[in-house]
Design a protein around this ligand. Structure first.
Ligand code: PMT
Length: 414
């Protein structure tokens, strides 16, 4: 995430954790500038932070070089968030009183960015009345406090005052910016107010307790779409077959195994309210007629398994009385566009995105895809080519196309 963070490190043994914090924040894509108090430099060197942040470290208020480049006012303006971690008892007192005699305290007064503090100190210092008074003042002034953990302390005490682990702090900062982006997308995103349901991944049809029929889908395409729809302001529900992907931020998820389960969840989502249904799942077309209750033992040279047609999920949803805007996918190995176009008509879809799954550089399991998208007759555009790109880029393009088609549909109905 391209946001600027000023990390202010103050004097305390937890300062060593801040070095790891820089790494974790950079993992999320943040640009970091470190400000160190004199106390902090007694615990860890500016060189460490310079190497980790890949930026110069700021240590003094009146540094002619820094003032020409990035002094306290520039830093205050540059920051999207100021994070004081660890925040010592002394610095909390200083900020609460509004003193302005060093780089951090002047930066604090000058910045319009949100300020977060992660206090770390001896448990008695933390619970001291003066510290708690300062904490109240800072909270009332709008400072966000990342509360210290309880546990064994460097001084030998056991109690509250430990700085939370860097991973936890970094994740909270990331979640904050994601939520801000989300709030904005909910207001102005191209899918703001839309309830989107996405099927993703393969389905598995049991043969016996240890075997099943399935395919190579990993869910990557569907999960990328869930991320893109959410980023565009939609409320997103994923109905995921057996895949090993983490749930995208903010997305609701139902895990299913078979096509029948996927259909049940899809219909429940339609009943609950759905505006756009996107079927990226590679649903098994057939299921085993009679699933063996025990493992089938090896006997003759051949084994015949009787298969029955599975319900067609996307076609069933398209026939629903509360039919949403329908987006299908088509996975083909030959006559890709022709077969896909026919599927769109047969399944009564608004749009279909087709990919050639005989290619190893796109389609199943790849991080990339390339698609041709067809639109039903009532839309102004008939086809769109999406050249090879990452599945996230393809997903963003598909979201744009869905939004355009939804607008046309609205005008059409008006
Ligand atoms: O998951 P990945 O590894 O990222 O791979 C992505 C993908 C290749 C799976 C994806 O891009 C894709 O092509 N998904 C559609 C797979 C598929 O099953 O296509 P199909 O042509 O067999 O089915 C056509 C449409 O009908 C699809 O929207 C499918 O979800 C739907 N269908 C099919 C059968 C069935 N019983 N019910 C359905 O709803």
């Amino acid at each position: 995430m391209s946001k600027n963070i000023v990390l202010a490190v103050t004097g305390g043994i937890a300062a060593y954790k801040s070095a790891i914090l820089v790494r974790r924040l950079k993992d999320y894509g943040f640009d970091i500038r470190v400000v160190m108090t004199t106390g902090a430099q007694a615990f860890i060197t500016p060189l460490t932070f310079q190497a980790l942040s890949a930026n110069p470290v700021h240590t003094t208020l009146l540094d002619p070089d820094a003032e020409a480049g990035m002094g306290h006012i520039e830093l205050a303006r540059w920051a999207d968030l100021v994070l004081v971690a660890p925040a010592s008892c002394d610095v909390m007192a200083k900020l609460a009183q509004g003193l302005a005699d060093d780089l951090l305290s002047t930066l604090y007064l000058a910045t319009k960015a949100p300020v977060w503090i992660a206090p770390a100190m001896n448990q008695h210092m933390w619970s001291a009345k003066a510290t708690q008074r300062n904490l109240e003042t800072l909270t009332a002034d709008g400072v966000h406090v990342m509360m210290p953990d309880a546990g064994s302390q460097a001084c030998g005490d056991v109690g509250r005052g430990r700085m939370p682990e860097p991973e936890v702090l970094a994740e909270q900062v990331f979640a904050y910016f994601q939520q801000k982006q989300r709030d904005l997308a909910k207001k102005v995103g191209i899918l703001a107010g839309q309830r989107v349901v996405i099927t993703a991944g393969p389905t598995r049809e049991a043969i016996d307790p240890v075997r099943y029929i399935s395919n190579h889908s990993t869910g990557k395409m569907g999960f990328a779409l869930a991320t893109a729809c959410y980023a565009a302001g939609a409320e997103v529900t994923l109905i995921a077959g057996p895949v090993s992907l983490a749930t995208p931020f903010g997305v609701k998820r139902h895990n299913v195994t078979s096509a029948t389960e996927m259909l049940t969840h899809s219909l429940a989502c339609i009943d609950a309210g759905c505006d756009v249904f996107i079927a990226t799942a590679a649903v098994a077309d057939y299921k085993v007629a009679e699933v063996a209750t025990q493992k089938i033992k090896k006997s003759g040279d051949t084994l015949a398994i009787h298969l029955l047609k599975n319900p067609d999920i996307v076609a069933t949803v398209a026939e629903h009385t509360r039919r949403p805007f329908m987006v299908g996918f088509a996975a083909e190995t030959q006559h890709v566009e022709d077969y896909a176009h026919k599927k769109m008509i047969a399944k009564k879809l608004d749009m279909i995105a087709c990919n050639d799954v005989s290619r190893s550089d796109i389609g199943f399991a790849s991080d990339h895809n390339a698609m041709v998208v067809f639109f039903a007759q009532q839309y102004a555009m008939s086809a769109q080519t999406l050249p090879r790109a990452t599945k996230f880029q393809i997903a963003e393009k598909l979201v744009e196309s869905i939004s355009v088609a939804l607008t046309q549909l609205k005008h059409h109905r008006a």
